[in-house]
Design a protein around this ligand. Structure first.
Ligand code: EPU
Length: 301
């Protein structure tokens, strides 16, 4: 979608940089996604005003975080994407509290806190993406989830059109799911982390990195696990047991390393990836009677 010069100029006045005709395949870890205009919001404070303007101008929009858990449609997209440029490091530490910008890199945040002798998040080290994205889906790995560390979240609430602060206790964090509304925009978070010597945290990080390297296709284009694990089960194990590793639709392929990772081996389209997801879901349903739920978020056009 292309926005008019008039709106581009209005956005510029709000400090928003508009990049026209951006291929979202360059902004996603899957390397899949069509073309649209990208709005870079350099200041968090402008989020409500920008959202209001887009609503007034009838411009559909989506908010893109790190782009690591999303599968985006092909072709010219009927909405623009909003994006908060990555903050470096985007973290401030005060005692056991870490104040983090939503656009900070999750791994960078874990490392920054570790250097300040704050631990508890070792398992999250290799999870790609932004802190805001991790917060929205309650990302987790190796026994660690971000949710239990959250004390406060500052967010743009789509329902009220305002920036609000929620207390951690008022947010539901479940397995790969939270009580945030889909249109809410994460802005900042306050985490409370246990004190731990840097060396000890580093040792934990090394163990997790090693486990991840030995079981996941880290050097291929993917969105991490495609499906959530069903209660008490493992999607990866079931798909593997069905002999589907290496199964492909075009350039979309079930990883031969970890069966719940679907990789883009070249120029996979969203259509290819969706077909692969449906085929695998169907095979699991007919063999195990289990309906796998997507973990990856699909943005259709
Ligand atoms: N397994 C297989 N074949 C496979 C993959 C896994 O037999 O191809 C078996 C493993 O041998 C193991 C079991 O399935 O016995 C579980 O595998 P793994 O330890 O890799 O964990 P997972 O349940 O597949 C989850 C998360 C990952 C996270 C790891 C480590 C989900 C959907 N996935 O994977 O998170 O990194 O545990 O904690 O919850 C993600 O969410 O994107 C993600 C990668």
């Amino acid at each position: 979608m292309r926005i008019s010069d008039k709106v581009v100029a209005q956005l510029k006045d709000l400090g928003v940089e508009v990049r026209q005709g951006v291929s979202l395949s360059d902004l996603t870890s899957l390397g899949i996604g069509g073309t649209t205009d990208e709005l870079l919001l350099r200041r968090y404070e402008t989020v409500p005003e920008v959202m209001r303007m887009l609503k007034d101008e009838n411009i559909p929009h989506r908010f893109l975080g790190g782009g690591t858990n999303v599968l985006i449609a092909d072709g010219e997209l009927p909405w623009v994407v909003l994006h908060l440029p990555a903050a470096h490091p985007g973290v401030r530490v005060d005692g056991n509290a870490a104040y983090v910008d939503a656009s900070a890199d999750l791994g960078g945040m874990v490392t920054f806190c570790a250097k300040n002798n704050l631990g508890g998040m070792e398992g999250l080290i290799g999870v790609p993406g932004s802190v805001g994205g991790a917060l929205r889906m309650n990302a987790g790995a190796y026994g660690t989830q971000i949710g239990p560390h959250v004390r406060e979240v500052e967010l743009y609430r789509a329902a009220t059109g305002k920036v609000e602060t929620l207390r951690g206790g008022d947010i539901r964090f479940d397995y790969r799911h939270t009580s945030f509304a889909p249109e809410d925009v994460m802005l900042r978070v306050k985490l409370e982390l246990p004190s731990k010597p840097f060396k000890e945290i580093l040792a934990g990080i090394k163990v997790c990195n090693e486990k991840r390297r030995s079981s996941q296709p880290l050097n291929q284009k993917s969105a991490g696990c495609i499906f959530k694990n069903p209660p008490g089960g493992s999607a990866g194990r079931m798909i593997d047991e069905l002999g589907l590793k290496g199964h492909r639709v075009g350039d979309a392929m079930v990883s031969d390393r970890h069966a719940n990772f679907f990789v883009n081996t070249g120029h996979a389209s969203c259509v290819d990836m969706l077909k692969l997801i449906d085929e695998v879901r169907e095979r699991v349903r007919s063999a195990y009677g289990i309906e796998l739920e997507n973990e990856v978020i699909v943005w259709r056009n």
